[in-house]
Design a protein around this ligand. Structure first.
Ligand code: DQA
Length: 147
C-alpha cells in the first residue's frame, strides 16, 4: 500500500530550526526513518514537504482521489487552515495527524488544531518517532480492513 507523508511549512528547516524545540533531526532523517518503517510494515512510503498551502491541498486531493492513507504534519497550517481541513475531510483512507513537538504543552495558539476533527487520530510529542508510530497505526488499520 502506498502512503503519503506530507509535511507543511518550515519543516524543511528541521535540524537548524529551533533545535531546543524540534531537536537536530533533519527532514531527510525523518524521511529515511519513514521509509525504513515502511519496509518493515510493507508500506510504500512517499515523504514530501511544502511551504505552499496550494501545493499541500493538491497533494491531499491526490491522496483523496487515490484513496491513499496519509500521515500529515500540517505544521503551522494546523492552527488556522480551514482550506486544509476541508481538503482532508474528503479522504476515505486512514489519516494520522502528527507533530514532532507537543503543541498542547506550548503557546496557547498551538492548542487548537483545525484538522484534528477530520483525522483518524493524532500523534504528537514524540519527535521523529511520532511519524513511525503513525505509520504503525496506518499499517494496523489497513490490516484490520482486510482480514
Ligand atoms: C509542529 C507544531 C506546530 O505548532 C508548528 O507550527 C510546526 C511544527 C510540530 O511538528 O511539532 O511547524 O507541527
Amino acid at each position: 500500500t502506498r502512503v503519503l507523508v506530507l509535511n507543511g511549512p518550515n519543516l524543511r528547516r528541521l535540524g537548524v530550526r529551533e533545535p531546543d524545540v524540534y531537536g537536530t533531526t533533519t527532514l531527510d532523517d525523518i524521511a529515511a526513518l519513514c521509509r525504513d518503517a515502511g519496509r518493515r510494515l510493507d508500506l510504500s512510503v512517499e515523504v514530501r514537504q511544502t511551504d505552499d498551502e496550494a501545493e499541500m491541498l493538491r497533494w491531499v486531493h491526490e491522496a483523496a482521489d487515490g484513496r491513499l492513507p496519509m500521515v500529515v504534519n500540517p505544521a503551522a497550517f494546523t492552527h488556522y487552515s480551514y482550506a486544509l481541513r476541508d481538503a482532508l475531510a474528503q479522504r476515505t483512507a486512514p489519516l494520522v495527524e502528527v507533530h514532532i513537538s507537543n503543541p498542547a504543552a506550548r503557546e496557547e495558539f498551538r492548542h487548537t488544531s483545525v484538522v484534528a476533527g477530520v483525522a483518524t487520530g493524532t500523534i504528537a510529542g514524540f519527535g521523529a518517532m511520532s511519524y513511525v508510530l503513525a505509520l504503525q497505526a496506518i499499517a494496523d488499520l489497513i490490516a484490520e480492513e482486510k482480514p
